[in-house]
Design a protein around this ligand. Structure first.
Ligand code: PMT
Length: 215
């Protein structure tokens, strides 16, 4: 398979020295890339800023910073791929204006106006016309099942991988994860908690099966 993966956080600039981001370390997405490479797949990894070296053996590594850059990197490459896994923690909002100069400390409060970023996963089918195996993640703190099912449908995924990011032992920046898998046909699976590398290997096997079923 030729597989596209997104990983890590995005950074949304406020001014030349400040940005909005989140706690994603890139470990889950990079583990997926490593697992896919080790299974002999051709892997394109598009990653936000992380402290990890890209895994060896990638077909392409694209380092991006903002949601817009990640959107453009995906748009330019997804058409040639058989499967895509969106593991990145993309900012949902960015400052409407980026100040040209460092914002000075003047008043007691500072208001930033934010605008929505591009929904990259949400645009995979509708904007990019992607017809391959589509896997999304859902990072939830509440109502995990209902939110994950809604994302699966709204974003037209084949598989949605949900994790509870209110927990400190899994999810963001942890070496381990525990995920609940929601399939398009309504099946739900609870793989055991484990190292992100083990979860990644399992997910790649599942994507291989889904790709075979899709023909
Ligand atoms: O990086 P780690 O520290 O290893 O942590 C792993 C993780 C917690 C980041 C990962 O397991 C995870 O949950 N990734 C998805 C994070 C997220 O942004 O979830 P979400 O529920 O907000 O987004 C839903 C889906 O839409 C995701 O597939 C996301 O990549 C995608 N999305 C979201 C917003 C946006 N503008 N574009 C997107 O493509």
């Amino acid at each position: 398979m030729r597989l596209l993966l997104t990983a890590g956080p995005t950074r949304e600039a406020i001014d030349p020295v400040r940005y909005i981001t989140n706690r994603s370390s890139g470990k889950m997405g990079h583990a997926l890339a490593e697992a896919a490479v080790s299974k002999g797949h051709e892997v394109i990894l598009i990653s936000g800023p992380v402290a990890l070296a890209p895994p060896a053996g990638l077909a392409e590594f694209v380092a991006v910073e903002s949601a817009r850059e990640m959107f453009e990197a995906v748009r330019d490459r997804i058409g040639k791929c058989d499967a895509a896994i969106f593991c990145a923690a993309v900012a949902d909002y960015r400052p409407r204006r980026i100040a040209e100069r460092k914002i000075k400390k003047t008043g007691d409060t500072l208001t930033l106006e934010l605008e929505k970023t591009e929904d990259i996963l949400g645009g995979a089918r509708t904007v990019f016309g992607f017809a391959g195996v589509l896997v999304g993640f859902a990072a939830e703190t509440d109502n995990l099942d209902a939110n994950a099912r809604a994302k699966l449908e709204r974003k037209d995924c084949d598989l949605l991988v949900a994790n509870d990011v209110s927990r400190r032992d899994i999810g963001f920046d942890s070496g381990e994860n525990e995920v609940r898998l929601f399939y398009r046909d309504g099946r739900v699976e609870d793989p055991p908690m484990g190292a992100k590398s083990a979860i990644a290997e399992r997910l790649i096997r599942i994507v291989e099966t889904l790709a075979t079923q899709q023909g």
